[in-house]
Design a protein around this ligand. Structure first.
Ligand code: AMP
Length: 213
């Protein structure tokens, strides 16, 4: 199964994709994680992407499309994947459509108040990227990842100023994809009106809407 998780920043794309993936035997691919990894390794793509990521803007399509295409041809994608944070523009969606067929798009419908509350508390593991939230989904031990013990960090682009830009970019460039995929009859809407709804409940809802539970 090949899925796209669509939604504004902090709508829970990563959190739910990390949990839905294993239930379907498919992996989660986050272009944000791929780019942060590229930046850490100081690859050409990573260094080029840096200024866009730090200002909350989108990295140019050409860079992200190249990274994504390379990633989905690897062996661990044979059973399928969940794309988390890709596509983010119509150009990216067109490019994806040229190389593979997607089964369904899970559209996370989340009010802005929930997004803002979650973004401020979001922390992620510096080693395995697992996502926590100090307000709604705290780790068992403060500052430490439950899974690998790695240090939890706040993303540089999760600050108030940059968050506004990221929400504007989502509204302008990414939200048109909801209509793009609705026209193709591929979208399942999943609503989340509460900031602290347990991830397991959302995962159950997503699986139900996908018809696999
Ligand atoms: P994320 O972890 O998905 O919130 O992504 C973090 C940042 O990486 C975004 O604010 C963008 O700067 C960049 N990014 C991630 N995915 C994409 C994409 N598909 N297209 C363009 N930029 C992206």
């Amino acid at each position: 199964m090949k899925l796209i998780f669509l939604g504004p920043p902090a709508s829970g794309k990563g959190t739910y994709a990390q949990r839905v993936g294993p239930k379907l035997g498919i992996i989660q691919i986050s272009t944000g994680d791929l780019l942060r990894e590229a930046l850490k390794n100081e690859t050409e793509a990573g260094l080029e992407a840096k200024k866009y990521m730090e200002s909350g803007d989108l990295v140019p399509d050409e860079i992200v499309i190249r990274l994504l295409k390379e990633r989905i041809t690897r062996e661990d994608c044979a059973n399928g994947f969940i794309l988390d944070g890709f596509p983010r523009t119509v150009e990216q969606a067109d490019a994806l459509g040229e190389v593979t067929e997607i089964d369904k798009v899970v559209n996370l419908v989340v009010p802005e108040s929930v997004v803002l509350f979650r973004l401020g508390g979001r922390r992620s593991c510096g080693q395995c990227q697992k996502v926590f939230n100090i307000n709604t989904m705290p780790p068992k031990e403060e500052g430490k990842c439950d899974d690998c013990g790695g240090e939890l960090i706040q993303r540089k682009d999760d600050t108030d100023e940059i968050i506004k830009d990221r929400l504007r970019v989502y509204a302008e460039k990414t939200s048109p994809l909801i209509g793009y995929y609705k026209e193709k009859g591929m979208v399942v809407d999943v609503e989340c009106n509460q900031a602290d709804i347990p991830p397991e409940l959302m995962v159950a809802q997503i699986l139900e809407k996908l018809g696999v539970n």
